[in-house]
Ligand binder design. Structure first.
Ligand SMILES: [Zn+2]
Ligand SMILES: [Zn+2]
Length: 308
């Protein structure tokens, strides 16, 4: 770096501190998967009302991730709201309302889960995570911390989308039908439905189902009675199986199984709930033996956990 550029940075840094001070700006990851539905609107004076952070739409129980690498510096209640604070050198990020799954002093990498969202910060469309960013006592705009391209929205757009999401949720015939589907392998859910850091590509993307940890060779069982409508192979999914279960509350329900070692059924075959249809494997983009299980309801991928 030339001394001229160093000088320029030294001169400009105090100015930049007011807006986008961080050298690491945009290197962070979104703390939850939802869009920004309320932007940063700091008050002109400290005692005035305003919005000292941004709100990201999510659902209660959603995983909340550290935006930047840092050290947990506070876990506790502020005015009755559970807050987690992570320090990043001279700045810190705050996450609320969050049920912490970390302790003070714990080091976190960007994208590491620090807790789960709880209700308490209402926003258009439902429940939000309030993300704050501070340098000393100065509030900064957290939306400059990560790439909000495609996620950050104008308020009007955000409200429209949030309303649409809320309407879609309300229209779902089964807001939750535990037991409707059989868990296809005995394993626990390792990686859930929603936005996540992709384990192979290390980019933030939608996870379209749940990953059930299971040893190689474990029998995979049909989640419900149905007809096999797809058996295929591609480099991402590996061996892929789709079973159509017919209509549920007016919507077509199908289950999708990825990464199997092999399937023992063929297109057109009728299967019963619990029938063995294949064996767990690690084909396609997979880091180890597991079953990726997706549920499609009325043409949309929904959270399988609601039906297990
Ligand atoms: Zn807020
Ligand atoms: Zn998966």
């Amino acid at each position: 770096m030339t001394s001229f550029r160093v000088l320029l940075i030294v001169l400009l840094t105090p100015l930049l501190c007011l807006t986008a001070p961080a050298a690491h700006a945009a290197d962070g990851v979104p703390p939850v998967g939802g869009p920004v539905v309320r932007g940063f609107d700091p008050p002109a004076e400290r005692w005035q009302a305003g919005h000292r952070g941004i709100d990201l739409l999510a659902t209660p129980g959603a995983a909340v991730f550290a935006v930047l690498p840092g050290t947990v510096s506070f876990v506790g209640s502020v005015g009755g709201t559970p807050v987690v604070t992570v320090s990043h050198g001279d700045t810190r990020t705050t996450y609320e309302p969050v049920a912490a799954e970390v302790v003070v002093g714990q080091e976190l990498s960007a994208g590491e889960q620090l807790g789960t969202l709880v209700t308490g910060h209402p926003c258009p469309g439902g429940t939000c995570l309030h993300l704050g960013w501070l340098q000393g006592t100065t509030y900064l705009d957290p939306s400059s911390l990560f790439d909000t391209g495609g996620i950050r929205l104008l308020p009007a757009e955000a409200v429209t989308i949030a309303r649409r999401l809320a309407a879609a949720r309300a229209a779902m015939p089964t807001a939750g039908s535990p037991g409707l589907l059989l868990r296809p392998v005995p394993g626990q859910i390792g990686s859930g439905f929603g936005m996540r850091m992709h384990p192979i590509f290390h980019v933030w993307r939608m996870h379209s189902g749940v990953d059930l940890g299971s040893p190689c060779g474990t029998p995979i069982r049909a989640a419900a009675d149905g007809v096999v409508i797809g058996v295929s192979y591609d480099s991402a999914s590996g061996h892929r199986l789709t079973i159509d279960h017919g209509r549920l509350g007016g919507s077509e329900l199908a289950t999708i199984y990825l990464h199997a070692r092999s399937y023992s059924v063929h297109v057109g075959q009728r299967v019963r709930r619990g029938q063995v249809v294949g064996q767990v494997g690690s084909t396609g983009w997979s880091t180890g033996c597991h079953l990726h299980f997706s549920v499609r309801l009325g043409g949309r991928l929904v959270d399988p956990a609601r039906f297990l």
